[in-house]
Each structure stands twice: as C-alpha cells, then as structure tokens.
Design a binder for this molecule. Structure first.
Ligand code: ADP
Ligand code: MG
Length: 419
C-alpha cells in the first residue's frame, strides 16, 4: 500500500476473519543489537494499547530474528491526508478543521497515556471509507530513529519529514506532547493554505526555518479564513512550546470554538473506487462526470459477475474448456450479457483468460494490465482492453455499459494492475 523511510505497508487478507488487514514490515537490516529490536517491539506494544476512535487499532506486533519486525493493524480504505492533499491541494475550511480536531483528539488520548507521537504528518493521518480520521504510527518514530542512527556512522542524521518537525525536534532537543501540537499546526496550515509554512531546497534549510523563521500569515494565503481560526494556527505554531496550546485537548476545543462544524467527524471525499473509474474514463476526455452518473443509473447491470469462491457450475465448464488450468483457482469471472454473451473474462490466481466459444486466450496474470476505452459510434459504449507485453493488446469487450465498467473497476482493479 505504500512505503516510508524504513518500512513498507502491505494489504493482507486474513483468511480466518475474511477481511483485509494492513501489515507494516520494518526491515532493520543489520541491526547491531538485539536489544534495539526488543525496544522497538516494546514501543509498538505500548502504542498498541491505545484504544480510541481516532487511532488506527493495532492487532498484533511481532518480529523475526530481530531483523524483520511487523505490526498488524486495521486496514483503512480511504485515502491518507497526503493523498487527499496531493489531489486537492488545499481543503475546505470545514474539512481542514474537522481533520485537525480529530487528530487533536487522538493525540490528546495518547498524551494522557504518556505517548508522544513524534511523527505527525499527512502520511500518518488516514481516512476510512466513511470519511472518519484515524492517526497511525504512534511513538514508532523514536525507535526508528534510534535504529537508524545506530546504523549510521554520521552523527546528527534526522529521521522524519523536516516539514512537520517542531523547532525543538529540529534542533535535537528533548520533545514532549507540545511538539506534536506544533506538527499538527503545520498540517493544519498546509490543509488551509495548500503549502506548508516552511519549505526549502534541503532538509537543513527547512529545519533552520522551523527553528527561527516566521511563517507567512495564514490569512495572506486565504483571506476567508476567520481570524479565530488563524489565531489557532498561530498559537499551535509558536516557536516556544510554552506559548503553544499546552494540551491537545485545548487545541481541540479552540478549533471547535473557531469553527463549530469542526466538532463533526465526517470529511467529504470522493470514493476512491469511483474516482478511479472516473479517472480511467474522464482521462480519455470523453464524457463529464454528470453524464457518467446518469449512465450509472440508466445502464443495465452486468449479468455474470462472480468473485471467489466461484460457483462450481461456472468453474467446471471453464476447467473443461482449459481456461482454468489444473491446480489454479478462479478469483473472478465477468461477462456483461451473461448467457447471451459470447465472451467471458476470467481472472485466476496465475492467469487471466478471455474465453470465447472458439478459443481461450490465456495470459500470465502478472504480465497483463487493464485499460478502458470509449466509443461514441451508435451510442456511448466502453471497451475493456488488456495491455500485454511488447505493446500487444487484446480487446476483450467492445460494448460495455457504465455499470459494467464501474463493476470492473471495483473488482478488477484489485486483481490486475491498472494503467
Ligand atoms: N493501516 C493502514 N491502512 C491503509 N494504508 C496504510 C496503513 N498504514 C499505512 N498505510 C499507507 O502506507 C504508506 C506507508 O506507510 P509508512 O511506512 O508508515 O510510511 P509513511 O507514513 O512515512 O508514508 C502510508 O503513507 C499510507 O498511505
Ligand atoms: Mg506512517
């Protein structure tokens, strides 16, 4: 699902629960002391005890030979705030205040339990499919920093993103809960202004500005920001921890005082799946979103669409036709017009096959990518094309409805690479 400085996050299907979990794997490589790995696991276990509606729950923490450590946690389906900002640049005042307030509540809870986050940044602020905010990676930054620093010969190397570091972090001093409040101030500034308060060519120059420079007043970026909200940003970004909000709870309350709608949880965002389907189509410059919504309502739903476990009545004929090789299992089948249709798409564990009455065209699953196209002749219709190695293509369906494409985008996107 993503990669950070020292870890990668995978989406994993938990067979017993029948649901996806996120597994964060940290490769400490040549960690010199087993003590360090132990400390790391201990930090992770401490944060695993945090239970709060705005903190990503951790299900399990473990390690392998002190080299590979993993954290199993709830898998969030929404975008991260980083992805939201990449797409929207800046957010509505309402959404910005709501997100900041929920993060403040999460931090407040952790601080009460003696845990400082130390790496509050948009990548660690995740949204679920209902638009609720959950914060992840509590306290892990510290252990990671120790792990990394101990492997380096050069001193004074910083782990983390300089854009979100407090002045005391930037200068290597001790940090407490108020450092998280500063970092959240940076995130809030960026959500409102579209840019973080400080930027520069090097980490060093950004850190220098965190410690000494005054940010451009937030209302210079956006005049409609109410003075009260601007005041919250300024106070969170005070250089001296003593001049900031002293607790995250105080910050949370100030946000609601400035903008009462901040008390609500739900953040507006486009569904990722729909967004992807739209991207695929609108990217072709064919139709606008309104037309698509109309089509979604009007067009017929596909007739055959089955996910694993595929019914035997379907799997057996596919086996007989040689579409499903022995030992392989079908994950998904699709045919827009059911029995009337002549073509069926099959995605199996190892292969992707296009089944027609005359022939089965099968490809290695990893070598296939999905493309969509559109055709206006004789009414709007969509195509599904498989892109194959060496610029070869296989047009699977020529007359798909929008519903078909939506269905394919939601199911197929997870099984085959899209481009
Ligand atoms: N529980 C989760 N559910 C869904 N996505 C996640 C989860 N945890 C992390 N991610 C995604 O994986 C990416 C990599 O995470 P991480 O290794 O912590 O690096 P960073 O936070 O620096 O981006 C994140 O940016 C986020 O988009
Ligand atoms: Mg992270």
């Amino acid at each position: 699902m993503g990669e950070g400085g020292f870890a990668a996050v995978f989406r994993v299907r938990d067979q017993t629960l029948g649901q996806d979990v996120a597994v964060k794997v940290l490769d400490l490589g040549l960690t010199p002391s087993p003590g360090l790995a132990e400390r790391f696991v201990r930090e992770a276990r401490t944060s695993a005890r945090l239970e709060h509606p705005h903190i990503v729950p951790i299900y399990k923490v473990g390690g392998y030979k002190n080299e590979v450590l993993y954290i199993v946690m709830r898998c969030l389906d929404g975008p991260s705030l980083r992805q939201l900002l990449d797409k929207q640049h800046r957010l509505s005042l309402r959404d910005a205040a709501r997100i900041a307030r929920q993060v403040a509540d999460a931090l407040g809870h952790a601080h009460l339990h003696g845990i400082v986050h130390r790496d509050v940044k948009p990548d660690n602020i995740l949204l679920d499919s209902a638009g609720h905010v959950l914060v992840t990676d509590f306290g892990i930054a510290k252990a990671a920093q120790e792990a990394t620093v101990s492997q380096l010969t050069t001193e004074g190397m910083v782990v983390g993103t300089p854009h979100y570091m407090s002045p005391e972090q930037a200068t290597g001093e001790d940090v407490d809960a108020r450092s998280d409040i500063y970092s959240l101030g940076v995130v809030l500034y960026q959500m409102l202004a579209g840019v973080p308060p400080f930027d520069g060519d090097s980490a060093q120059s950004i850190l220098m500005k965190q410690a000494t420079a005054t940010p451009v007043p937030i209302r210079d970026h956006r005049t409609e920001i109410p003075p009260l909200l601007a005041g919250v940003v300024d106070r969170a970004l005070a250089k001296d921890p003593g001049e900031r909000f002293q607790t995250a709870e105080e910050l949370s309350r100030a946000l609601v005082d400035a903008l009462p709608t901040a008390a609500q949880d739900s953040v507006r965002m486009r569904s990722r799946v729909l967004a992807r389907a739209l991207q695929g189509l609108v990217g072709l410059g064919v139709v606008g979103a309104l037309v698509l919504v109309g089509l979604a309502v009007l067009s017929r739903a596909p007739r055959i669409s089955a996910r694993a476990p595929i019914p035997d009545s379907l799997a057996q004929p596919l086996r007989r036709q040689g579409a499903l090789t022995p030992g392989d299992a079908a994950l998904y089948v699709f045919s827009p017009r059911g029995a009337d249709d002549t073509t069926l798409l099959l995605v199996a564990r190892r292969s992707v096959a296009v089944v027609t009455p005359h022939r089965v065209r099968a490809y290695h699953r990893d070598s296939v990518q999905v493309r969509y196209g559109a055709d206006l002749r004789g009414g709007l219709a969509f195509r599904l094309v498989l892109a194959l190695p060496r610029a070869r293509r296989d047009t699977v369906f020529r007359h798909l409805s929008f519903r078909d494409v939506y269905e394919l985008a939601t199911r197929l996107g997870k099984l085959i690479g899209e481009n």
